[in-house]
Design a protein around this ligand. Sequence first.
Ligand code: KG4
Ligand code: ZN
Length: 331
Amino acid sequence: MATVILGIESSCDDTAAAVLVDGKLRANVVAQQLEHQTHGGVIPELASRAHVQRIIPVVEAALSKANIEKKDLTAVAYTQGPGLLGSLLVGNAFAKSLALALDIPLLAVHHMQAHLLVHFIDDEFPTPKFPFLGLTVSGGHTQLVRVNDASSFNVLGETKDDAAGEAFDKTGKMLGLPYPAGPVMDKYAAQGIPKFTFGKPTVAGLDFSFSGLKTSVLYFLREQQDKDPDFISNNLYDLCASIQQAIVHILMEKVTKALSETGLNQLVLGGGVSANSGLREALKQLDTNVFLPPLPYTTDNAAMIAITGHLQLQLGKMDTLSSEPKARMSI
Ligand code: KG4
Ligand code: ZN
């Protein structure tokens, strides 16, 4: 009998469902909530309401695309956390109800673990072997982790303030870019020269800090705008290239250190910022095996939840119907 997993992701502003059959992806549906763009960030109350409206159509679309009926499902995997509580609750309630109605196992998945384990989807893209070094870079997280197996993760370092994605989004906002600014900054950076330099953080060990960069950009822009009120529009591409380079440098410094300290020879990337072309280029120069997720799997998706559920099921790591969503959750 085939192992058929339905994955559900609702941790932030994307409602997503995916179907995995014996580790192979059969459907991956994401409904993006564009209503947040005009607010400069995700509005939690709007996000949870939109999840309520979209979760049933999204799951139905994934099942029909995969040509799978509910009775064929082996288990249902959902994002337990971390994320926005109201958003997580929608996925949690839906997954529990479905597991109860179909009398199948419930698999509670950690969103950031899933960003790293997406590489285990059985298809054309290369799969790492345990153990490996993981770098999670998203809108809410920046961590270096040693991944021992699909259920054992040791944090080696993490951000002390903003996440890498937040650094893109917040500095992008200062430049007048729409939310989320990361993808736009990436596009503009490709047309600019990184000619401006900003203060570098001094954080011990394998931890990161991005708030100093944010402040440095803010003061720099104020100073320049006093002299030229159109400084941002006159230098937009170069500013984007410079900020992106500064963020990439901060990440690369700690990645290099972690690889040399741990002796691990595989680096696995996960999270929205792993789509960044500057970061992807810099990582390709490393003398180690680098696993970059294909672009559609960099941002939030349910395929990553389904594969993590699949691996957890193999390890016998099932949850019960008293499973609760968790806004904060260590990896
Ligand atoms: O993993 P993700 O989709 O959601 C979270 O779990 O946070 O990551 C979203 C973050 C946002 O901060 C967004 O600006 C950033 O990923 N991002 C990028 C790029 N694409 C998405 N940052 C830089 N360059 C990109 N190409
Ligand atoms: Zn994410």
